[in-house]
Ligand binder design. Structure first.
Ligand code: NZQ
Ligand code: ZN
Length: 386
């Protein structure tokens, strides 16, 4: 097992009808900015419950954070934070609203002139980084942003990942009933996103991380068990509760501690969203089978473990077990109603050049746990995803 640090300060508040506890978790004198997306929280009553839970606080609202949150929209909220002397941010939404709020929390405290610079740090620590404290009320079980220190921000046709320990939410409310109103396709996106967060931290090479492997396998098995049920029966509390817990735990720093990681599907997927507007979860469902096919030699030992422990594949030679595990993975995504070929999203082969060019512009030239996924290998992956 590799050396690691595990740090996660987010307080989870899980369960039904708990938004009344919001006031207790925010400092009493804090002026709160409540942030949300395009209106689902108004339509389905979540915002009203949040405001009732904040009745002892001064509150200002900011709506209109779009899916794949845009820098220019977020900067409007930064102005409000400064003008209104906001002390605490409360994101009410999915990954886009939560990520947008994380960016706002950093940009509002950024002392230099150009907050765009924040997007260039990537994995490098931001010098002198400060942030307005934030909390979340999660409306989509998918990204895990509610319990991590990462945000993905859209700017000028690119998606930029930023990290800072300062943006771990102080708390996150996980109420499965708030997610009952999600359309089936968003639920399916969430199942796939959580599943592929897990594979990105698992399908590499063995380092005898038994706890990490078995935790990852537990998340994947749960998602396979409840995936179709939670789409077909949106108000089935137990099924949705299991999705909510899996999504949060899949990307909170636990299963990646001390083991190698490979974020190839995510990094290429971000370009597919930026160029073609395909939902995040759907880009991953297209890419993962192609990534595993192209990298099956480098990932052979873990793929065999995955075949046996996740798909119960024990017969046949190694190569056919690996191939069967990859086709079972594709079938699982398709069974959730998510298409797994680029052509299904009207992306034609002649567009692959644009994606490769974008990867180059964003420095994505040595991806995967091996660093061997060059632009040429990414091209092969994209060709395999057609
Ligand atoms: O905007 P509203 O009207 O609220 O509608 C949203 C939005 O259109 C709707 N929605 C949300 N909750 C709902 C609901 N509709 C009905 N009922 C509810 N309860 O769902 C739509 C999609 O929302 P979005 O937040 O974009 O979805 P998701 O949670 O999948 O987030 C995707 C974003 O997260 C980033 C992605 O890149 C993408 O920008 N990611 C963030 C990560 C992180 N911070 O750790 C990791 C992920 O890998 C991912 O990259
Ligand atoms: Zn993801």
């Amino acid at each position: 097992m590799n050396n690691f640090d595990f740090y996660n300060p987010t307080h989870l508040v899980f369960g039904k009808e708990r938004l009344g506890e919001l006031d207790n978790l925010i400092p009493p004198a804090a002026k709160v900015l409540v942030l949300y997306g395009g209106g689902s929280v108004k339509k389905f009553g979540t915002l009203a419950k949040v405001l009732a839970g904040l009745k002892n606080h001064k509150v200002v609202e900011f709506g209109g954070i779009e899916p794949n949150p845009q820098f220019t929209t977020l900067m409007k909220a930064v102005d409000i934070v400064k003008k209104e002397n906001i002390d605490f941010l409360l994101a009410v939404g999915g990954g886009s609203v939560i990520d947008g709020t994380k960016f706002i929390s950093l940009a509002a405290k950024y002392e230099r002139e150009n907050p765009e610079e924040l997007l260039k740090f990537g994995f490098t620590p931001i010098p002198g980084c400060k942030a307005v404290p934030l909390g979340t009320v999660v409306t989509i079980p998918a990204t895990g942003s509610e319990m991590n220190n990462c945000a993905v921000i859209s700017y000028n046709h690119g998606k930029y990942v930023i990290y800072s320990a300062e943006v771990f939410p102080k708390f996150s409310f996980l109420d499965p009933t708030i997610t009952f109103s999600l359309p089936a396709t968003q639920v399916a996106n969430g199942v796939v996103d959580a599943f592929i967060h897990t594979t990105e931290q698992y399908l590499t090479f063995p380092v005898d991380g038994r706890f990490q492997d078995r935790t990852a396998e537990g998340i994947m098995q749960t998602l396979i068990e409840i995936g179709r049920t939670t789409i077909d029966e949106p108000t089935n509390y137990e099924a949705r509760a299991n999705l909510v817990v899996c999504a949060t735990m899949a990307l909170n720093g636990l299963t990646c501690s001390g083991v190698p990681q490979d974020w190839t599907s995510h990094m290429i997927g971000h370009e597919l969203t930026a160029i073609f507007g395909i939902d995040h979860g759907k880009t991953l469902a297209v890419l993962l089978p192609a990534v595993l096919t192209v990298l099956k030699e480098q990932k052979r030992a873990k793929l065999l473990q995955y075949a046996e422990r996740i798909w119960n594949i024990t017969d046949g030679d190694e190569a056919s077990r690996v191939d069967l595990a990859i086709s079972k993975t594709r079938e699982f995504f398709e069974s959730l109603g998510i298409k797994t070929r680029l052509a299904d999203y009207n992306v034609t082969e002649d567009k692959i050049d644009d994606v490769v060019k974008a990867l180059q512009q964003h420095g994505m030239t040595a991806l995967s746990e091996s660093g061997k996924v060059t632009l040429e290998v990414s091209r092969k992956i994209l060709e395999g995803a057609m």
